[in-house]
Ligand binder design. Structure first.
Ligand SMILES: NC(=O)c1ccc[n+]([C@@H]2O[C@H](COP(=O)([O-])OP(=O)(O)OC[C@H]3O[C@@H](n4cnc5c(N)ncnc54)[C@H](O)[C@@H]3O)[C@@H](O)[C@H]2O)c1
Length: 350
């Protein structure tokens, strides 16, 4: 990617393109500042070498925490805060979070709370973190068994997005992030569907155009409704059932990645969309065929196991389960409330 595109989101910018160029410019704005770079045990070896040369004339602290969601916790925060303290970072320091959504969420949270907050920049290195976590200002950690239970809304100084990081990303991780691209298309960008639904493999994809369009969907929605009071709920399409399936399989021998569960959730919620919002059968079939072609058939929907999990969903209202569903490809509606006793009356078999 040669050209750098700047996409403005509430008070900060996403720079899409050669991130080394954007990073060099950004670092020049922090000429005298202390620099603190956070990686996980994978991005230390796979992503840091791609940006290391930008720091050659600078003093910096490079910190690493273990990779993976189980480490998105208070213990890792303590490790990071301890290293920030040992490095004697002052309030003018800049933190650079180099990793997937786990590093972005945790690193951003540590930056926002250290000495009541220092500037931070996100360099997301997975498809999921580039297309989803990069916009919206949600930061935080898991606590006990609750995902993202402790956190804040805070915006980074900038987000540098470059698909060059996908070169080392395992296919399963790429595919997991791709579920959010499919979701953005289905809820709000019908024009992108023909392009998306023609991609039969994620190998060798030219990501720049897809990232731009997908980011635009999330940007527009988040700008309209930053605190998820209304329209931002659309981003939950596939997530009510998807999250429940993800939790159901969490303790199994074959846990699902987030995006794999959301892909299954989008299939089942498309079937629900036909029955509740009149999504046409042809569109529903094309959604199901495409998702299956990328992810394989979804796990069967076990309502007895998933309803108790859906009952805990934060979006629920008046004791009913809340869904965001499709009216057509590219058009969707939020706050569709269904009584849990009625869910079994709908057909989830195809
Ligand atoms: N803040 C938000 O709005 C938001 C939105 C969506 C998801 N999230 C959070 O993001 C997290 C999931 O994000 P994720 O899927 O990026 O997970 P992740 O950060 O755990 O990354 C997944 C795996 O890929 C590895 N990895 C990262 N970049 C790599 C690269 N370039 N090459 C090789 N390996 C690489 C990581 O080390 C990890 O093992 C969850 O914690 C979720 O809650 C946050």
């Amino acid at each position: 990617m040669d050209k750098i595109e700047e996409i403005e989101v509430s008070g900060y910018s996403l720079f899409l393109g050669d991130m080394k160029h954007s990073l060099a410019q950004l670092l020049s704005q922090y000429a005298g500042a202390q620099l603190f770079i956070l990686t996980d045990s994978n991005t230390l070896h796979l992503a840091w070498p791609l940006i290391q040369s930008c720091f050659q004339d600078r003093l910096y602290t490079l910190a690493t925490i273990p990779a993976g969601e189980p480490h998105k916790n208070l213990k890792s925060c303590e490790l990071v805060w301890a290293q920030m303290t040992d490095a004697k970072l002052d309030r003018h320091a800049l933190m650079i979070n180099l990793g997937g959504g786990m590093i972005g969420d945790l690193g951003g949270f540590c930056a926002s709370t250290y000495k009541r907050g220092i500037d931070f920049v996100q360099i997301p290195t997975t498809l999921l973190s580039q297309v989803d976590a990069s916009i919206g200002g949600k930061l935080g950690i898991d606590f006990r068994d609750f995902k993202n239970h402790i956190g804040v809304f805070q915006f980074p100084r900038a987000v540098l997005i470059d698909p060059i990081f996908f070169d080392t990303l395992p296919y399963k991780e790429l595919r997991s992030g791709y579920a959010e691209v499919i979701k953005h298309t289905l809820i709000a960008d019908g024009d992108l569907w023909p392009t998306i639904s023609n991609l039969q493999t994620l190998d060798g994809v030219d990501w720049a155009g897809i990232l731009r369009k997908s980011l635009e969907v999330k940007r527009k929605i988040v700008l309209e409704d930053p605190y998820e009071k209304s329209r931002r709920k659309l981003l939950n399409f596939g997530h009510t059932i998807g999250h429940a399936i993800e939790s159901q399989y969490l303790q199994s021998d074959s846990p699902l990645l987030h995006g794999e569960a959301i892909a299954a959730g989008m299939i089942y919620e498309s079937l629900l969309s036909v029955q509740i919002l009149g999504l046409d059968q042809t569109s529903c079939q094309s959604i199901i065929r495409y998702i299956e072609s990328i992810y394989g058939p979804p796990p069967p929907l076990d309502l007895a196991a998933t309803i108790p999990i859906m009952r805990q969903d934060k979006k629920n209202q008046a004791g009913k389960i809340s869904f965001s569903l499709l009216e057509s490809i590219g058009q969707s509606k939020w706050d569709i409330l269904i009584d849990e006793s009625e869910l079994a009356n709908y057909n989830f078999i195809y």
